[in-house]
Design a protein around this ligand. Structure first.
Ligand code: CO
Length: 572
């Protein structure tokens, strides 16, 4: 039967968030965006995704811009098309759970400054981590889009996804998103999942988000739309494909060829693309040219592209790049042990680093990061499948497992954050939120902003671009600057006793968090197995245990770089 009226399918543009995060290390600037925003606004998109964790962080850290100001400026220009952001539920834009008062104020200010649609997700698909953010979006008049993080495992079934969707509906979401961050959703699975959702809740709008990493996303979108999805995420062609979204121009042709109407202005799309094509030479980092067009490996190991490049750089920091294949083999096993979490921030980081440690230490879980410990104890939420009890006990160590909503344990944080800020640092309430989310980064930005403009340090992104321009060969210096060259052993007679060696290259700390008291005082008596210090590597804090009991003597200063095998302390 031939349809007489073409069904409308809408397209969300991800160029201003996910696409430049995936391909340009999030280096697009507010000025870059404003120069083309009027045309993007007029093109006929359903929404413009323009804010998320990395955009917010990079704005302050590398571009020395205020992310709130970007939002206001963009809103001034975009009068037709709703603005959209990606929000990590109770994690907001960060990597940990924030107290409810911070979640609510962040959402309120985002709404006030022009954000319209909030795509709210949780890495574990734990509804308890979504409820406060969704309720806040509804309270302040935003559109709440509930998210299903898509992954495959023995416990992730269509029925489970539909039951999550029902929970999201009961929280009052306005639409649903299937978020396929790894690009592993096949056309067949999309047809089945979207079909089941449409059947269960025929009036609920469904949007699909994917990445072209494995090459399947455009075909998958078509299947999803045919099964009833009403909106898909695309990027303008220059910023599409590879690990980004499918190209908007091609998707319009695909969908219209089978009778759907996308209502996008093709001539405007061409103008927008010409603009980004010209911008690419300036903003695309040299490393982008090394990305493969299609990573067929994803079809086998289902590991998101961004995660593999992280693993590569983590292994490089440990002089162990040759062990990447072992880590790729270990990773699915670690993920299974940890109850099959979807691999998305922050679980991708937890599973990735733990897999690296499982390989490098030679004995699985002989080294457990603090994050793995907290994850196993329930501080990130409920794991999709339970962790085997004996392993869970081992991973938790002395940390008591919890069963409640993790944020229930947090005291209000807004006033405390404001109190922590040095006087005359901030200009508005939004600065307190920026600080609560990214303390170090925000302080660095405030300091830069408050300095005399004539005496400010150069903008880090300008420095990067200048150094790239000076190296026309396209070979960027490997950016391992954050890691020290192996330090030589301290000279002089070493105190006798049992040595406590550094298990990894990294930074040595005597306490387990900035500003916290020392874990063991120099000269104190410790028991075998006590955590006595920390080596920070791969952005995670790895507690180091005393190999024996006795008096401890530290040989390294707090905050100094250490090399694998270096003696940190002696006990005895
Ligand atoms: Co994405």
């Amino acid at each position: 039967m031939k349809e007489t009226i073409a069904r409308k399918v809408r397209i969300t543009d991800t160029t201003l968030r996910d696409a430049h995060q995936s391909l340009w290390a999030t280096r697009m600037r507010t000025d870059d965006i404003l120069k083309i925003a009027e045309k993007i606004d007029a093109a006929g998109y359903y929404s413009l995704e323009c804010w998320g964790g990395a955009t917010f962080d990079v704005c302050m850290r590398f571009l020395r811009e205020n992310p709130w100001e970007r939002l206001r400026q963009l809103k001034k220009v975009c009068k037709k098309t709703p603005l959209q952001m990606l929000l990590r539920g109770q994690n907001l834009l960060g990597y940990k759970h924030y107290p409810d008062d911070i979640v609510e104020r962040f959402v309120a200010l985002a709404c006030e400054n022009g954000m319209d649609i909030f795509r709210v997700f949780d890495a574990l698909n734990d509804p308890r981590n979504l409820e406060k953010a969704i309720a806040s979006v509804k309270k302040y008049g935003g559109h709440a889009q509930g998210t299903i993080c898509y992954t495959t495992s023995p416990v992730h079934t269509v029925e489970k996804y539909v039951s999550l969707a029902r929970e999201l509906r009961s929280m009052g979401v306005d639409s649903l998103c299937i978020k396929d961050m790894a690009g592993i959703l096949t056309p067949g699975a999309a047809r089945e999942l979207v079909g089941a959702l449409v059947k269960a809740m025929p009036d609920m709008p469904i949007q699909v988000h994917s990445h072209m990493t494995s090459g399947m996303a455009a075909a998958m979108y078509l299947a999803a739309v045919e099964a009833g999805a009403g909106c898909v995420d695309c990027a303008i062609s220059t910023l599409s494909s590879f690990s980004s979204q499918p190209p908007a121009e091609s998707m319009v042709s695909i969908l219209e060829s089978v009778g759907f109407d996308c209502s996008l202005d093709r001539s405007l799309l061409a103008e927008i693309n010409a603009y980004f094509k010209a911008l690419k030479a300036k903003r695309e980092p040299a490393s982008a040219s090394r990305v493969e067009a299609v990573d067929a490996g994803v079809l086998v190991h289902a590991i998101p592209g961004g995660m593999i490049s992280n693993l590569r750089s983590q292994l490089a920091q440990q002089d162990a790049l040759d062990r990447l294949d072992e880590v790729l083999e270990e990773l699915p096993k670690t993920r299974a042990d940890l109850g099959y979490p979807p691999l998305v921030t922050p679980t991708s980081q937890i599973v990735g680093v733990q897999s690296v440690l499982n390989v490098l230490s030679g004995k699985r879980y002989s080294m457990v990061t603090d994050e793995t410990r907290r994850y196993a104890a329930g501080y990130y939420g409920r794991t999709p499948a339970p962790i085997e009890p004996k392993l869970r006990k081992k991973l938790c160590g002395s940390l008591k497992p919890i069963d409640c909503r993790p944020a229930d344990l947090l005291k209000p944080g807004l006033v405390a954050a404001a109190d922590e800020l040095p006087p005359n640092t901030i200009k508005a309430e939004e600065d307190i939120l920026s600080y609560a989310l990214f303390p170090e980064v925000a302080l660095g930005y405030f300091k830069w902003r408050n300095a005399d403009p004539a005496k400010r340090d150069p903008i880090p992104a300008d420095v990067e671009e200048a150094s790239r321009a000076a190296q026309p060969s396209g070979h960027s210096q490997a950016s391992q600057a954050s890691q020290p060259a192996p330090a030589s052993q301290a000279s002089g007679p070493a105190p006798s006793g049992t040595p406590v060696p550094a298990p990894l290259n990294g930074t040595f700390y005597r306490s387990d968090a900035p500003g916290k008291p020392q874990m063991a005082a120099d000269g104190a008596t410790v028991k075998a197995g006590d955590a006595v210090c920390v080596v920070e590597a791969m952005k995670l804090f790895n507690p180091i245990k005393a190999p024996a009991g006795g008096k401890i003597t530290f040989l390294v200063e707090h905050g100094k770089p250490v090399a694998k095998g270096q003696t940190l302390a002696v006990v005895g």
